[in-house]
Design a protein around this ligand. Structure first.
Ligand code: NAD
Length: 361
Protein backbone atom coordinates (compact mmCIF):
# COMPACT_ATOMS: atom_id res chain seq x y z
CA UNK A 1 0.00 0.00 0.00
CA UNK A 2 1.28 3.46 -0.85
CA UNK A 3 1.66 5.62 2.24
CA UNK A 4 0.57 9.22 2.55
CA UNK A 5 4.22 10.33 2.41
CA UNK A 6 4.85 8.37 -0.84
CA UNK A 7 1.65 9.71 -2.27
CA UNK A 8 2.38 13.32 -1.46
CA UNK A 9 5.82 13.01 -3.00
CA UNK A 10 4.47 11.65 -6.29
CA UNK A 11 1.23 13.62 -6.27
CA UNK A 12 3.07 16.90 -6.13
CA UNK A 13 4.77 16.00 -9.38
CA UNK A 14 1.89 15.03 -11.57
CA UNK A 15 -0.93 17.56 -11.70
CA UNK A 16 -0.85 19.16 -15.09
CA UNK A 17 0.68 22.53 -15.56
CA UNK A 18 0.87 23.80 -12.00
CA UNK A 19 4.10 24.46 -10.10
CA UNK A 20 3.27 22.57 -6.91
CA UNK A 21 4.62 22.73 -3.43
CA UNK A 22 6.52 19.71 -2.12
CA UNK A 23 3.68 18.86 0.20
CA UNK A 24 0.32 20.35 1.02
CA UNK A 25 1.24 19.61 4.62
CA UNK A 26 4.43 21.79 4.60
CA UNK A 27 5.84 23.12 7.86
CA UNK A 28 3.14 24.19 10.32
CA UNK A 29 2.51 27.94 10.29
CA UNK A 30 2.40 29.83 13.54
CA UNK A 31 -1.10 31.02 12.87
CA UNK A 32 -3.48 29.02 10.64
CA UNK A 33 -5.57 31.09 8.22
CA UNK A 34 -9.13 31.81 9.37
CA UNK A 35 -11.83 30.47 7.04
CA UNK A 36 -15.48 31.56 6.92
CA UNK A 37 -18.02 29.18 5.38
CA UNK A 38 -20.78 30.87 3.35
CA UNK A 39 -23.92 28.68 3.24
CA UNK A 40 -24.32 26.10 5.99
CA UNK A 41 -26.04 23.37 3.98
CA UNK A 42 -25.17 19.74 3.50
CA UNK A 43 -21.59 20.07 2.22
CA UNK A 44 -20.55 22.65 4.83
CA UNK A 45 -22.16 20.72 7.68
CA UNK A 46 -21.14 17.18 6.83
CA UNK A 47 -17.83 17.59 5.02
CA UNK A 48 -16.21 21.01 5.24
CA UNK A 49 -16.54 21.89 8.92
CA UNK A 50 -15.25 18.42 9.96
CA UNK A 51 -12.47 18.66 7.34
CA UNK A 52 -11.39 22.06 8.68
CA UNK A 53 -10.74 20.36 12.04
CA UNK A 54 -8.20 18.10 10.29
CA UNK A 55 -6.26 20.86 8.53
CA UNK A 56 -2.83 22.13 9.50
CA UNK A 57 -2.91 25.58 7.92
CA UNK A 58 -6.58 26.54 8.40
CA UNK A 59 -9.20 26.97 11.10
CA UNK A 60 -12.94 27.57 11.05
CA UNK A 61 -13.15 31.23 12.08
CA UNK A 62 -16.52 32.48 10.83
CA UNK A 63 -19.83 31.70 9.16
CA UNK A 64 -22.30 33.39 6.82
CA UNK A 65 -25.87 32.12 7.06
CA UNK A 66 -29.41 33.37 6.48
CA UNK A 67 -30.76 31.18 9.29
CA UNK A 68 -30.28 32.49 12.87
CA UNK A 69 -31.00 29.05 14.39
CA UNK A 70 -28.10 27.56 12.37
CA UNK A 71 -25.84 30.39 13.54
CA UNK A 72 -26.62 29.47 17.16
CA UNK A 73 -25.88 25.77 16.57
CA UNK A 74 -22.59 26.45 14.81
CA UNK A 75 -21.56 29.04 17.40
CA UNK A 76 -21.97 26.47 20.18
CA UNK A 77 -20.46 23.56 18.28
CA UNK A 78 -17.40 25.31 16.87
CA UNK A 79 -16.87 28.18 19.34
CA UNK A 80 -17.39 30.88 16.71
CA UNK A 81 -17.51 34.36 18.27
CA UNK A 82 -20.53 36.63 17.59
CA UNK A 83 -18.31 39.12 15.75
CA UNK A 84 -17.54 36.46 13.11
CA UNK A 85 -21.15 35.50 12.37
CA UNK A 86 -22.65 37.21 9.31
CA UNK A 87 -25.67 36.98 7.04
CA UNK A 88 -25.74 37.33 3.23
CA UNK A 89 -26.64 41.03 3.45
CA UNK A 90 -23.92 42.16 5.88
CA UNK A 91 -21.09 39.80 4.90
CA UNK A 92 -19.08 42.63 3.31
CA UNK A 93 -18.59 44.08 6.79
CA UNK A 94 -16.12 41.26 7.44
CA UNK A 95 -13.67 43.71 5.83
CA UNK A 96 -12.85 44.88 9.37
CA UNK A 97 -12.51 41.36 10.81
CA UNK A 98 -8.85 40.29 10.86
CA UNK A 99 -9.80 36.79 12.08
CA UNK A 100 -11.13 35.90 8.61
CA UNK A 101 -8.60 35.46 5.81
CA UNK A 102 -10.47 33.16 3.40
CA UNK A 103 -14.15 32.91 2.47
CA UNK A 104 -15.37 29.50 1.27
CA UNK A 105 -18.49 29.91 -0.93
CA UNK A 106 -20.79 26.88 -0.54
CA UNK A 107 -24.14 28.25 -1.74
CA UNK A 108 -26.21 27.21 -4.80
CA UNK A 109 -24.28 27.57 -8.07
CA UNK A 110 -25.89 30.79 -9.29
CA UNK A 111 -25.04 32.62 -6.05
CA UNK A 112 -21.31 31.93 -6.27
CA UNK A 113 -20.49 35.14 -8.15
CA UNK A 114 -22.47 37.35 -5.77
CA UNK A 115 -20.84 35.82 -2.68
CA UNK A 116 -17.35 35.68 -4.21
CA UNK A 117 -17.50 39.32 -5.27
CA UNK A 118 -18.74 40.42 -1.83
CA UNK A 119 -15.91 38.50 -0.17
CA UNK A 120 -13.31 39.96 -2.53
CA UNK A 121 -14.63 43.47 -1.86
CA UNK A 122 -14.19 42.74 1.83
CA UNK A 123 -10.54 41.99 1.09
CA UNK A 124 -10.77 38.22 1.59
CA UNK A 125 -9.31 35.38 -0.47
CA UNK A 126 -12.01 33.15 -1.95
CA UNK A 127 -12.34 29.40 -2.27
CA UNK A 128 -15.50 28.62 -4.23
CA UNK A 129 -17.33 25.35 -4.73
CA UNK A 130 -17.80 23.74 -8.13
CA UNK A 131 -19.28 24.47 -10.58
CA UNK A 132 -17.60 27.88 -10.43
CA UNK A 133 -20.85 29.62 -11.52
CA UNK A 134 -23.46 29.15 -14.23
CA UNK A 135 -21.98 31.19 -17.10
CA UNK A 136 -18.63 32.19 -18.57
CA UNK A 137 -19.43 35.88 -17.98
CA UNK A 138 -20.05 35.35 -14.27
CA UNK A 139 -16.83 33.34 -13.90
CA UNK A 140 -14.93 36.16 -15.57
CA UNK A 141 -16.54 38.68 -13.21
CA UNK A 142 -15.38 36.59 -10.21
CA UNK A 143 -11.82 36.46 -11.50
CA UNK A 144 -11.84 40.20 -12.20
CA UNK A 145 -13.19 41.04 -8.73
CA UNK A 146 -10.53 38.97 -6.97
CA UNK A 147 -7.82 40.40 -9.20
CA UNK A 148 -8.99 43.96 -8.49
CA UNK A 149 -8.94 43.26 -4.75
CA UNK A 150 -5.50 41.62 -5.00
CA UNK A 151 -6.89 38.42 -3.55
CA UNK A 152 -6.64 34.75 -4.59
CA UNK A 153 -9.48 32.69 -6.04
CA UNK A 154 -9.66 28.89 -6.26
CA UNK A 155 -12.31 26.27 -6.98
CA UNK A 156 -13.22 23.20 -4.91
CA UNK A 157 -11.96 20.53 -7.28
CA UNK A 158 -11.24 17.98 -4.56
CA UNK A 159 -10.32 15.15 -6.98
CA UNK A 160 -7.12 17.05 -7.74
CA UNK A 161 -6.07 16.15 -4.19
CA UNK A 162 -7.24 12.53 -4.20
CA UNK A 163 -4.40 9.94 -4.46
CA UNK A 164 -6.02 7.52 -6.92
CA UNK A 165 -6.98 10.31 -9.31
CA UNK A 166 -3.42 11.59 -9.17
CA UNK A 167 -2.06 8.07 -9.72
CA UNK A 168 -4.23 7.83 -12.86
CA UNK A 169 -2.85 11.20 -14.01
CA UNK A 170 0.66 9.80 -13.46
CA UNK A 171 -0.14 6.65 -15.48
CA UNK A 172 -1.45 8.80 -18.31
CA UNK A 173 1.37 11.33 -18.20
CA UNK A 174 4.15 8.74 -17.99
CA UNK A 175 2.40 6.64 -20.67
CA UNK A 176 2.75 3.48 -18.60
CA UNK A 177 0.18 1.83 -20.91
CA UNK A 178 1.21 3.88 -23.94
CA UNK A 179 -0.54 6.98 -25.24
CA UNK A 180 -4.19 7.53 -24.29
CA UNK A 181 -6.71 6.69 -26.99
CA UNK A 182 -10.06 7.32 -25.30
CA UNK A 183 -11.70 7.95 -21.95
CA UNK A 184 -15.10 6.74 -20.82
CA UNK A 185 -16.68 8.31 -17.76
CA UNK A 186 -20.02 8.43 -16.04
CA UNK A 187 -21.30 10.24 -12.98
CA UNK A 188 -24.94 10.39 -12.00
CA UNK A 189 -27.36 9.76 -9.18
CA UNK A 190 -31.09 9.50 -8.67
CA UNK A 191 -32.15 12.89 -7.39
CA UNK A 192 -34.79 13.06 -4.63
CA UNK A 193 -36.81 16.06 -3.45
CA UNK A 194 -38.40 17.68 -6.54
CA UNK A 195 -38.42 21.16 -4.93
CA UNK A 196 -34.67 21.40 -4.29
CA UNK A 197 -32.54 24.15 -5.86
CA UNK A 198 -30.65 21.62 -8.01
CA UNK A 199 -33.77 21.30 -10.20
CA UNK A 200 -34.28 25.07 -10.43
CA UNK A 201 -32.54 26.55 -13.47
CA UNK A 202 -32.19 30.02 -11.96
CA UNK A 203 -30.22 28.67 -8.99
CA UNK A 204 -28.47 25.65 -10.52
CA UNK A 205 -27.79 26.90 -14.07
CA UNK A 206 -28.36 23.39 -15.40
CA UNK A 207 -28.82 19.82 -14.24
CA UNK A 208 -26.41 16.92 -13.73
CA UNK A 209 -23.82 18.34 -16.14
CA UNK A 210 -23.30 21.41 -13.91
CA UNK A 211 -23.50 19.38 -10.72
CA UNK A 212 -21.62 16.13 -11.33
CA UNK A 213 -20.81 15.88 -15.05
CA UNK A 214 -18.24 18.60 -14.41
CA UNK A 215 -16.20 16.01 -12.48
CA UNK A 216 -15.88 13.88 -15.61
CA UNK A 217 -14.81 16.95 -17.60
CA UNK A 218 -12.13 17.54 -14.96
CA UNK A 219 -11.05 13.88 -15.22
CA UNK A 220 -10.59 14.18 -18.99
CA UNK A 221 -8.61 17.43 -18.69
CA UNK A 222 -6.45 16.00 -15.89
CA UNK A 223 -5.71 12.73 -17.72
CA UNK A 224 -4.97 14.25 -21.12
CA UNK A 225 -3.26 17.36 -19.72
CA UNK A 226 -4.89 19.14 -22.66
CA UNK A 227 -7.90 21.27 -23.54
CA UNK A 228 -10.71 19.82 -25.66
CA UNK A 229 -11.17 21.25 -29.16
CA UNK A 230 -14.86 20.52 -29.67
CA UNK A 231 -17.91 19.24 -27.85
CA UNK A 232 -21.02 17.31 -28.79
CA UNK A 233 -23.95 16.54 -26.49
CA UNK A 234 -27.49 15.21 -26.44
CA UNK A 235 -29.97 15.20 -23.60
CA UNK A 236 -32.74 12.70 -22.90
CA UNK A 237 -35.87 12.98 -20.80
CA UNK A 238 -38.14 10.35 -19.25
CA UNK A 239 -39.75 12.39 -16.45
CA UNK A 240 -40.93 15.77 -17.81
CA UNK A 241 -42.79 16.55 -14.59
CA UNK A 242 -39.65 16.43 -12.47
CA UNK A 243 -37.20 17.80 -15.03
CA UNK A 244 -39.03 20.89 -16.26
CA UNK A 245 -36.11 23.27 -15.96
CA UNK A 246 -32.87 21.28 -16.14
CA UNK A 247 -31.70 18.31 -18.18
CA UNK A 248 -32.37 14.86 -16.74
CA UNK A 249 -29.57 13.01 -18.56
CA UNK A 250 -26.84 14.15 -20.92
CA UNK A 251 -24.50 12.04 -23.03
CA UNK A 252 -21.56 13.94 -24.38
CA UNK A 253 -18.21 13.75 -26.12
CA UNK A 254 -15.15 15.94 -25.83
CA UNK A 255 -12.56 15.74 -28.60
CA UNK A 256 -8.99 16.37 -27.51
CA UNK A 257 -5.89 16.94 -29.65
CA UNK A 258 -4.40 13.70 -30.99
CA UNK A 259 -7.81 12.15 -31.63
CA UNK A 260 -8.38 11.31 -27.96
CA UNK A 261 -12.11 11.26 -27.32
CA UNK A 262 -13.82 11.38 -23.96
CA UNK A 263 -17.34 9.95 -23.77
CA UNK A 264 -19.39 10.73 -20.72
CA UNK A 265 -22.87 10.23 -19.35
CA UNK A 266 -24.25 12.34 -16.55
CA UNK A 267 -27.69 11.89 -15.07
CA UNK A 268 -30.10 12.77 -12.28
CA UNK A 269 -31.99 9.57 -13.01
CA UNK A 270 -29.39 6.79 -12.74
CA UNK A 271 -26.51 5.97 -10.42
CA UNK A 272 -23.03 5.76 -11.94
CA UNK A 273 -19.63 6.79 -10.68
CA UNK A 274 -16.62 5.69 -12.72
CA UNK A 275 -14.07 6.37 -15.42
CA UNK A 276 -11.77 4.24 -17.56
CA UNK A 277 -8.84 5.51 -19.57
CA UNK A 278 -7.92 3.36 -22.55
CA UNK A 279 -4.36 3.50 -23.88
CA UNK A 280 -2.35 1.69 -26.55
CA UNK A 281 -1.35 -1.26 -24.31
CA UNK A 282 -4.03 -1.39 -21.65
CA UNK A 283 -6.40 0.57 -19.49
CA UNK A 284 -6.83 1.96 -15.99
CA UNK A 285 -9.53 3.75 -14.07
CA UNK A 286 -11.61 4.12 -10.95
CA UNK A 287 -14.98 2.91 -9.66
CA UNK A 288 -16.26 4.45 -7.51
CA UNK A 289 -14.35 7.45 -8.74
CA UNK A 290 -16.06 10.52 -7.33
CA UNK A 291 -17.24 9.63 -3.82
CA UNK A 292 -15.86 11.41 -0.77
CA UNK A 293 -14.19 8.13 0.30
CA UNK A 294 -13.92 4.46 -0.64
CA UNK A 295 -12.42 5.01 -4.11
CA UNK A 296 -11.17 1.96 -5.97
CA UNK A 297 -8.70 1.92 -8.80
CA UNK A 298 -7.91 -0.80 -11.30
CA UNK A 299 -5.35 -1.41 -14.02
CA UNK A 300 -5.61 -3.91 -16.87
CA UNK A 301 -2.31 -5.50 -15.78
CA UNK A 302 -3.84 -6.26 -12.37
CA UNK A 303 -1.20 -4.35 -10.38
CA UNK A 304 -2.13 -2.96 -6.97
CA UNK A 305 -3.68 0.51 -6.89
CA UNK A 306 -4.44 0.99 -3.21
CA UNK A 307 -3.63 4.18 -1.36
CA UNK A 308 -4.15 5.29 2.20
CA UNK A 309 -7.39 7.25 2.44
CA UNK A 310 -7.13 11.04 2.70
CA UNK A 311 -9.62 13.81 3.39
CA UNK A 312 -9.41 15.63 0.05
CA UNK A 313 -11.37 18.59 1.46
CA UNK A 314 -8.75 19.09 4.19
CA UNK A 315 -5.96 18.76 1.61
CA UNK A 316 -7.50 21.30 -0.79
CA UNK A 317 -7.98 23.85 1.99
CA UNK A 318 -4.47 23.36 3.37
CA UNK A 319 -3.03 23.70 -0.11
CA UNK A 320 -4.92 26.94 -0.79
CA UNK A 321 -3.76 28.35 2.57
CA UNK A 322 -0.21 27.46 1.68
CA UNK A 323 -0.53 29.00 -1.79
CA UNK A 324 -1.73 32.22 -0.17
CA UNK A 325 1.14 32.19 2.29
CA UNK A 326 3.90 31.33 -0.17
CA UNK A 327 2.53 33.00 -3.32
CA UNK A 328 2.51 29.68 -5.23
CA UNK A 329 -0.09 29.21 -7.96
CA UNK A 330 -3.08 27.07 -7.00
CA UNK A 331 -3.64 24.00 -9.18
CA UNK A 332 -7.38 24.71 -8.88
CA UNK A 333 -7.36 28.43 -9.73
CA UNK A 334 -10.36 30.46 -10.85
CA UNK A 335 -8.95 30.24 -14.39
CA UNK A 336 -9.35 26.43 -14.19
CA UNK A 337 -13.00 26.88 -13.23
CA UNK A 338 -13.46 29.29 -16.13
CA UNK A 339 -11.99 26.75 -18.59
CA UNK A 340 -14.49 24.15 -17.39
CA UNK A 341 -17.37 26.63 -17.68
CA UNK A 342 -16.43 27.28 -21.33
CA UNK A 343 -16.62 23.52 -21.93
CA UNK A 344 -19.97 23.17 -20.12
CA UNK A 345 -21.34 26.11 -22.14
CA UNK A 346 -20.23 24.46 -25.40
CA UNK A 347 -21.91 21.19 -24.31
CA UNK A 348 -25.19 22.97 -23.56
CA UNK A 349 -24.98 24.76 -26.91
CA UNK A 350 -24.47 21.41 -28.67
CA UNK A 351 -27.42 19.88 -26.80
CA UNK A 352 -29.62 22.85 -27.86
CA UNK A 353 -28.66 22.22 -31.48
CA UNK A 354 -29.40 18.46 -31.47
CA UNK A 355 -25.81 17.37 -31.00
CA UNK A 356 -24.06 19.62 -33.51
CA UNK A 357 -20.31 19.87 -32.88
CA UNK A 358 -19.39 23.09 -31.05
CA UNK A 359 -15.86 24.45 -31.15
CA UNK A 360 -14.48 25.33 -27.71
CA UNK A 361 -12.84 28.72 -27.65
P1 NAD B 1 -27.36 22.62 0.14
O1 NAD B 1 -28.69 22.87 -0.46
O2 NAD B 1 -27.25 21.51 1.13
O3 NAD B 1 -26.81 23.95 0.84
C1 NAD B 1 -26.90 25.21 0.22
C2 NAD B 1 -26.87 26.29 1.28
O4 NAD B 1 -27.04 27.55 0.64
C3 NAD B 1 -27.97 26.13 2.33
O5 NAD B 1 -27.44 26.36 3.61
C4 NAD B 1 -28.95 27.25 1.95
O6 NAD B 1 -29.65 27.75 3.06
C5 NAD B 1 -28.00 28.29 1.37
N1 NAD B 1 -28.67 29.26 0.51
C6 NAD B 1 -28.40 30.57 0.50
N2 NAD B 1 -29.21 31.22 -0.37
C7 NAD B 1 -30.02 30.29 -0.92
C8 NAD B 1 -31.05 30.34 -1.88
N3 NAD B 1 -31.42 31.49 -2.45
N4 NAD B 1 -31.65 29.19 -2.23
C9 NAD B 1 -31.27 28.02 -1.69
N5 NAD B 1 -30.29 27.90 -0.75
C10 NAD B 1 -29.67 29.04 -0.38
O7 NAD B 1 -26.34 22.40 -1.06
P2 NAD B 1 -24.91 21.72 -1.02
O8 NAD B 1 -25.06 20.30 -1.43
O9 NAD B 1 -24.23 22.02 0.26
O10 NAD B 1 -24.21 22.47 -2.25
C11 NAD B 1 -23.69 23.79 -2.14
C12 NAD B 1 -22.61 23.99 -3.21
O11 NAD B 1 -21.57 23.05 -2.99
C13 NAD B 1 -23.07 23.77 -4.64
O12 NAD B 1 -22.45 24.69 -5.50
C14 NAD B 1 -22.62 22.36 -4.97
O13 NAD B 1 -22.37 22.15 -6.35
C15 NAD B 1 -21.36 22.26 -4.16
N6 NAD B 1 -21.06 20.88 -3.73
C16 NAD B 1 -19.80 20.40 -3.92
C17 NAD B 1 -19.48 19.11 -3.51
C18 NAD B 1 -18.08 18.60 -3.63
O14 NAD B 1 -17.86 17.40 -3.44
N7 NAD B 1 -17.10 19.45 -3.91
C19 NAD B 1 -20.46 18.30 -2.93
C20 NAD B 1 -21.75 18.83 -2.75
C21 NAD B 1 -22.02 20.12 -3.16
Amino acid sequence: MTTRRDFLRSAAAVVAGAPLLDSPFGPPRNKPLGWALVGLGSLSTNQLAPALQKTTNCRLAGIVTGTPAKAERWKTRYGIPDRSIYNYENMESMADNPDIDVVYVVTPNALHAEHTIKAARAGKHVFCEKPMEISVERCEAMIAACKKAGRRLAIGYRCQYEPLHLECVRLAKEKEFGALTRIEASFGFTIGNPTQWRLNRALAGGGPLMDVGVYTVQTARMLTGQEPLRATARTSLTNPTKFKEVEETMEFELHFPGDVVMRSTTSYNANSNRFTAFAQRGSFGMEPAYNYAGHRGSRSDGKDMRFEPVDAFALEMDDFAQCITTGARSRVSGEEGLKDMKILSALYESARTSGAAVRIS
